[in-house]
Design a protein around this ligand. Structure first.
Ligand code: AMP
Length: 299
C-alpha cells in the first residue's frame, strides 16, 4: 500500500564537527520519503519556491517518489540552518526562513485522497489538522510535532491529537507535553489525549512504543559513524510507516517490527550529510542491519 506524507521540503545549511554544508536538500517530507520508499510507494505533498533546484525533484522521481503533490510557488524555498556540537545530541537552530512553507495550505490531490497510511510531518498543528480532515478514510494517520508547537500552539495540538491514530515525539517533547518525567507514564498520558499509539524517540538510546495493549523498546543501532543527525526523526518515521504500509496491517507485532525498521533507517541517515546515505541505500542493506540488531539484542 501507498504511504502519503505532508511536510517540509527544504534547503538546509548544516554544521557538525564533520563539516559545514550549505543549501543541501532537507526537510521533513524529504527525509521521510527517501526512507519510506525503501518499503512502499510514497506520495509527497509539499511546497518549494522558484529557487528549488529541479534536479532534486528529478531525484525524488528517480527513486519512485510520487511528487504530483509537490507544488512550486512564487518566492523562496523554506530554509533551516542548524548546528550540532559535541555528542551531536541536539540541534541548535540558528535560523529558520519559512518562506513559501509559511503560507502553505496543503491540498491533498484527488488521486491521493484514498491514502490509507498518512504521515503529518512537523508543521503548525492547525495545518496538520486541515490535512487530516481531507483524508477521513485513512487507516493510520500519524503526526509529528516539535517543542515550538507544544509551547505556543497547545490548544491546536490537543485538537490534532484527538483526531489522529498515532504520534511520534522525542523524550523531551513527551515530558514537555504532559509535565510527566517518567517516559512510560508520559506516553500513557499522551494516549489519553486521543492517539492509540505513541512512539517516543530517545536518540542514541533507542525508541519506545506504547499502545493500549503493548509496551515495546528497541535500542538504537550502534553506528560509530555519525556525521550529521539531521533527519533522523523523519527517516525513523519513514521506515516505520513504510513498513506498516508494506504489510498493510497495524497489529502490535507489525508495530514492533516497524519500530525496529525505523531505528535502522535512522542509523543509516545520520552516517552522512543530507540524504546522501539514504539515497545510496537499498532495502537489502536495511534488512541486513536489522539482522545485526537482532543478534546484538538477543538474550
Ligand atoms: P529531524 O532532524 O528529523 O527533526 O528533521 C530535520 C529536518 O526538519 C530538516 O531538514 C529541516 O529542514 C526540517 N525542519 C526544521 N525545522 C522545521 C520546521 N519548523 N518545520 C518544518 N520542518 C522543519
Amino acid at each position: 500500500m501507498t504511504v502519503l506524507v505532508v511536510g517540509s521540503v527544504a534547503l538546509d545549511t548544516v554544521e557538525t564537527p564533520f563539516g559545514r554544508m550549505e543549501e543541501i536538500l532537507g526537510g521533513s517530507a524529504s527525509y521521510f520519503s527517501y526512507a519510506a520508499r525503501l518499503f512502499a510507494p510514497v506520495q509527497l505533498v509539499g511546497v518549494v519556491g522558484e529557487d528549488f533546484p529541479q534536479e532534486h525533484v528529478e531525484e525524488f522521481r528517480r527513486r519512485g517518489i510520487d511528487v504530483a503533490g509537490l507544488i512550486r510557488e512564487p518566492g523562496r524555498t523554506f530554509r533551516w540552518w542548524g548546528r550540532y556540537r559535541g555528542a551531536m545530541n541536539v540541534a541548535e537552530t540558528l535560523d529558520v526562513q519559512l518562506n513559501v512553507f509559511g503560507e502553505f495550505q496543503p491540498e491533498v490531490p484527488d488521486e491521493y485522497r484514498d491514502a490509507e497510511f498518512v504521515f503529518l510531518a512537523n508543521a503548525a498543528p492547525e495545518v496538520q489538522l486541515q490535512v487530516r480532515r481531507q483524508i477521513p478514510g485513512a487507516r493510520l494517520v500519524v503526526a509529528d510535532t516539535m517543542n515550538f508547537w507544544i509551547e505556543n500552539e497547545r490548544e491546536g495540538l490537543l485538537a490534532l491529537l484527538a483526531e489522529v491514530d498515532g504520534v511520534v515525539v522525542n523524550d523531551q517533547e513527551a515530558r514537555q507535553l504532559t509535565g510527566v518525567q517518567n517516559l512510560i507514564l508520559a506516553a500513557r498520558e499522551v494516549l489519553a489525549l486521543g492517539p492509540r499509539l505513541v512512539v517516543v524517540k530517545k536518540g542514541e538510546h533507542g525508541a519506545m512504543l506504547v499502545t493500549e495493549t503493548d509496551l515495546f523498546m528497541v535500542p538504537a543501532y550502534p553506528t560509530t559513524a555519525v556525521k550529521d543527525p539531521t533527519g533522523a526523526g523523519d527517516s525513523f518515521a519513514g521506515g516505520m510507516m513504510g513498513h506498516l504500509a508494506r504489510c498493510g496491517e497495524v497489529t502490535d507485532v507489525h508495530l514492533r517490527e516497524a519500530l525496529a525498521f525505523g531505528t535502522v533507517v535512522a542509523s543509516l541517515t545520520v552516517e552522512d550529510f543530507s540524504l546522501r546515505r539514504l539515497a545510496a541505500c537499498s532495502t537489502r542493506e536495511v534488512e541486513d542491519r536489522l539482522t545485526e540488531l537482532r543478534q546484538m539484542t538477543r538474550l
